[in-house]
Design a protein around this ligand. Structure first.
Ligand code: FAD
Ligand code: UDP
Length: 430
């Protein structure tokens, strides 16, 4: 008899499996329909030996020290700050829009102060910011909105930004300085040996059994268990009884090219050209040296694997109905991006899973593992050079802690300070 049947071996399922097995001595069976662990964060070496992310680029960033320290039990890190260029008006310019974006796009030589005035003169202030169009137009005006956001969003989501909740484009801030990092979180890093290795470490425990290529429905009446943790789509669990919750999908087209470097930055966004939204070159993310290079194109789709919950009021209403069923379902715990229908980043899912664990185990916080060999000290990856995000960064439920002295978590690992910075113009939530 298993104590827990965990459906899904992504972040949500793996964190819970690891915690329950290692801290509560629970016997866990984790199943996934896919032929691998890691969920959407799965990475692997392709046939040319280049480390790629099967389901598109996954860049780890968080303001939560708890989340970062927790994951540091299972991986060392590679320092990495993500940068993106957008192809607009025949030029490649930084996105998020910053001082250099404006100067390059308009052939100007404005200072930070002047660009603030420039953007203010374009902005269309709104009393109430409701949609993803409002967020951008109220900051930078209609012209920049159309150049950078409107078409990208229509491609990505299949609907106009005016029909999407403000939280979607609010993920991308506007800056008047020259900071060209995509994220400003305190911790920004990539698992040194990749995500899958990290998941492997998490799930290697005598109390954890893994079954791949298995839908939980195939085994739920055969293999006995006490409780279930479910991380798949919530509407699917209830046989779509209220109708389908929209999830946006993507098709990933991977290519390996016979050249050392393909593009000038890790990601190039194409708001207005092509059917794809962006192209990622993995070697920037992984730091791998190789004579060839691998890239991936992302083509948005309505049908296919569910990747993105679609934040808009009618979907939130529909989700509420499913949530009521989920809350009333005895012995089943719903957690993760698909099961709680939240456009969460990886760190937020980790935080959500740790919070559920704390609830299940009646323990207020996570504890380190005595049985794992000590890794190198945990150090913040970002130096916060242009200011770390003082606004609502993605800190999950663990709070946006800042700290000023090296501190130990009792596992021989220590954390060191990070500069606090200026808030972004938009309430970004990466
Ligand atoms: P998932 O990773 O989706 O895991 C759920 C698992 O459940 C899946 O493996 C699925 O196969 C399995 N499952 C579903 N139904 C069943 C069933 N019936 N039986 C058995 N198994 C089942 N986040 C970031 O922080 N940074 C990024 O840069 C970033 N980039 C992203 C890029 C893309 C293209 C996408 C789609 C997401 C990105 N994310 C990023 C978000 C990140 O992928 C998620 O936050 C995270 O993977 C969610 O983890 P999860 O465990 O909730 O879900
Ligand atoms: N977005 C856009 N243009 C860009 C980048 C982002 O319009 O150049 C919008 C788009 O709606 C996108 C959202 O902002 O879905 C969030 O962007 P992010 O890069 O966070 O998307 P993700 O990495 O989650 O796909």
């Amino acid at each position: 008899m298993f104590d827990y049947l965990i459906v899904g071996a992504g972040f949500a399922g793996s964190v819970l499996a690891e915690r329950l097995a290692s801290q509560q001595n629970k016997k866990v069976l984790i199943v996934d329909t896919r032929n691998h662990i890691g969920g959407n964060a799965y990475d692997h070496y392709n046939e040319d030996g280049i480390l790629v992310h099967k389901y598109g680029p996954h860049i780890f960033h968080t303001n939560s020290r708890d989340v970062f320290e927790y994951l540091s039990l299972f991986t060392e890190w590679r320092r990495y700050e993500h940068r993106v260029l957008a192809s607009v008006d025949g030029q490649l310019v930084p996105i998020p829009i910053n001082l250099d974006t404006i100067n390059k796009l308009y052939g100007l030589n404005l200072t930070a102060f002047e660009v603030e005035e420039f953007l203010a003169s374009l902005a269309e202030p709104k009393d109430y910011i409701r949609t993803s169009e409002d967020v951008v137009v109220s900051k930078v005006g209609r012209e920049l909105y159309e150049k950078f956001f409107r078409n990208y969003t229509r491609k990505q989501w299949g609907i106009d930004p005016s029909e999407l909740d403000k939280s979607v484009t609010a993920r991308v801030p506007t800056r008047t300085n020259r900071d060209d990092r995509y994220f400003t979180d305190t911790y920004q890093a990539m698992p040194l040996h990749g995500y899958t290795r990290m998941f492997d470490q998490m799930l290697t425990h005598p109390n954890i059994n893994i079954m791949l290529n298995t839908d939980y429905r195939e085994i739920q009446n055969i293999i006995p268990y006490k409780e279930m943790i479910y991380t798949g789509p919530v509407d699917g669990f209830f046989d779509y009884c209220y109708g389908k919750l929209p999830y946006r999908s993507l098709e990933f087209k991977h290519e390996t090219l016979n050249e050392d470097v393909h593009q000038p930055q890790a990601v190039i966004n194409y708001p207005n050209e092509h059917l794809y939204t962006r192209v990622t070159e993995f070697k920037y993310l992984t730091g791998q040296e190789h004579s060839k290079t691998s890239i991936v194109y992302e083509y948005p789709q309505a049908e296919g694997d569910p990747y993105y919950p679609v934040p808009r009021p009618e979907n939130a209403e529909l989700y509420k109905q499913y949530k009521a069923l989920a809350d009333a379902e005895p012995g089943v715990h719903f957690v993760g991006r698909l099961a709680t229908y939240k456009y969460y980043n990886m760190d937020q899912v980790v935080a959500q899973a740790l919070a559920l664990y704390a609830q299940l185990a009646d323990r207020p916080t996570w504890h380190p593992r005595e049985d794992l060999p000590a890794k190198q000290p945990v150090t913040p990856i970002s130096n916060g050079s242009n200011g770390s995000n003082g606004s609502n960064g993605s800190n999950g439920s663990n709070g946006n802690r800042s700290f000023t002295a090296a501190s130990s978590n009792g596992s021989g690992r220590s954390a060191t300070p990070v500069a606090a910075g200026k808030a972004e113009q938009n309430g970004k939530s990466h």
